[in-house]
Design a protein around this ligand. Structure first.
Ligand code: FE
Ligand code: FE
Length: 195
């Protein structure tokens, strides 16, 4: 499937819309997602294509984000209006469907939730959330080495560690900017892990 013309076409289009660095990150996410799919028994093609598409709205200029969401009928939370960078996830899911012709709801929600995650994620959602954080081009997050290894041992624990470190990182910048969903994800996966 991933070598079907339809998917090659998507890959070429994504390469054109994203800058070089973002495209390299995108490929890293796609291959890491496919590797996690091998480990956990998810469909490799779905994981790969979700990875290819996850940042497909990343090139939309900050000034256009809110207007585009309104035009496309995407509901925005207060946190998203304040921190419009968060919107690329929902907008990406919209484009994946409308522009790239993806109808698989699990692929679309994996794109929509890749930044914040959500409690009780599907396997594919967890794979994209984790792959986005650990792909080989990433180098700034703390505990990366540990989380990369956890990702292939216990994906729920990896989600817990990533949500924990994300909240810690964002709270150092501005506490008001923490998306309540990120907090809910942290609580959910922390409890899951303890019990
Ligand atoms: Fe992203
Ligand atoms: Fe990303």
């Amino acid at each position: 499937m991933i070598r079907d013309e339809k998917y090659l076409e998507i890959k070429r289009a994504i390469k054109k819309t994203l800058d070089k660095e973002r495209y390299q990150h995108t490929l890293g996410v796609a291959y890491t997602a496919a590797s996690l799919a091998m480990r956990y028994g998810e469909d490799l093609d779905r994981a790969f294509i979700a990875g290819i598409l996850h940042d497909c709205a990343k090139n939309i200029a900050p000034a256009e984000r809110i207007a585009k969401c309104e035009k496309w009928g995407i509901k925005m939370t207060d946190v998203e209006r304040r921190n419009t960078a968060l919107l690329h996830a929902k907008m990406g899911a919209f484009l994946a469907k409308e522009q790239y012709g993806i109808n698989d709801p699990d692929i679309l929600s994996a794109v929509a939730y890749h930044t914040t995650g959500r409690p009780a994620m599907t396997l594919l959602e967890k794979i994209i959330y984790v792959a986005d954080y650990i792909e080989p081009n990433r180098d700034r997050a703390p505990n990366l080495k540990e989380i990369r290894s956890t990702a292939f041992e216990d994906i729920d624990r990896a989600v817990y560690e990533i949500s924990r470190d994300t909240i810690e990182f964002v709270s150092k910048k501005d506490l008001a900017d923490i998306d309540p969903t990120s907090k809910a994800v942290y609580e959910y996966y922390k409890n899951l892990h303890i019990t």
